[in-house]
Write a protein that binds this ligand. Structure first.
Ligand code: ZN
Length: 317
């Protein structure tokens, strides 16, 4: 596991996975590596670089093993990947990923459609992966997160109850994950719901076992939901540079929350992210060059930094 210098809030860039899997063009391996290199140079300390799913399902992410190998060259960067099952986890471990995230849908219908497995079957995979991780020498074990997806509502089933999310969070912990995350896969979350659900899961599994949220900006509430997460002690937020991927249901809305806007908000509030915002904004040029037909989102990049904006002093690196 790589070491993070002390920061207040960890911004986890998920664009190379969540953004790229949502668009048709396939980014070249060289461009993906350049993107990751530039974000690391700007101070980003955790990047979800891809997903170990069959290439025929997501050809956009077929080169994930090569990207993991490249990203591992950056000392201090946590190289995270998504894994749908034990087979994907084995490939991720072989490639040397530092962090594995396995999604477990709070909606059984979504689980069957997305992973083609029931929730009980996904939990079996979690147990297999946990055993695989424990069999490794202590220094070589990746961090294993179970992420409850559609935790705030599902496009197929509608309302997801707090009781269901709590039940699955407890089941994930019992199956051997290190940590549980909550994902607003569908962009249904509102700030009051974020506070309530995080509190309920904290009460069930302990605050140290839920520290991260994965939020989308489908209805424009992404940063409001981040504020709610901060209120209840969340310290890691997933986001995507340029909000890459957009939202097919809401034209004009970014997909994930926009990394640039998230970092601006946090730094303006005096919360240290370790990220140099000007250098981060410049990384957009790589996306623009590699994906000329994809719209990039974000208010801060368009408006520029306010006169007199003072980010927190960057730690030496
Ligand atoms: Zn997502």
């Amino acid at each position: 596991m790589s070491q993070h210098p002390p920061i207040d809030i960890l911004v986890s860039e998920v664009g190379p996975r969540d953004g790229l899997q949502s668009i048709d063009p396939i980014m070249s391996l060289a461009a993906k590596c350049a993107w990751i290199d530039a974000e690391f140079a700007a101070g980003v300390r955790e990047i979800e670089v891809g997903s170990f799913v069959p290439a025929k399902l997501l050809p956009q992410l077929a080169d994930t093993a090569a990207i993991v190998a490249h990203a591992r060259s950056h000392a201090g960067l946590t190289v995270a990947v998504l894994v749908p099952n034990a087979k994907g986890a084995a490939a991720a471990i072989a490639a040397g990923a530092h962090k594995l995230t396995l999604p477990l849908s709070a909606s059984e219908t979504h689980s069957l459609k997305n992973l083609r497995r029931t929730q009980a079957q996904v939990l079996d995979e979690v147990r297999d992966i946990a055993a695989m991780v424990k069999a490794l020498p202590p220094g070589e074990r990746p961090h294993f997160e179970g992420s409850v997806s559609t935790a705030f509502g599902c496009t197929l089933e509608g309302v997801v109850t707090t009781a269901k999310v709590v039940e699955l969070a407890e089941a994930l912990m019992a199956a051997g994950v290190d940590e549980v995350g909550l994902s607003d896969t569908t962009g249904y979350a509102n700030p009051a719901q974020v506070r309530d659900l995080v509190r309920a899961v904290h009460a069930a599994i302990g605050a140290t076992h839920l520290t991260g949220l994965h939020l989308h900006n489908t209805r424009g509430l992404g940063l409001a939901n981040v504020m709610a997460g901060l209120d209840v002690g969340i310290t890691t937020f997933d986001s995507s540079l340029g909000g890459l991927g957009g939202c097919p249901f809401a034209p004009g809305a970014s997909g994930n929350i926009v990394t640039e806007d998230l970092v601006f908000m946090l730094e303006a509030m005096g919360l240290d992210t370790g990220i140099d915002l000007e250098r981060l904004l410049a990384v957009r040029d790589i996306l623009r060059g590699a994906l000329p037909t994809e719209p990039l989102y974000g208010f801060t990049p368009d408006a520029g930094l306010p006169l007199g904006f003072m980010p927190r002093v960057q730690p030496p690196r």
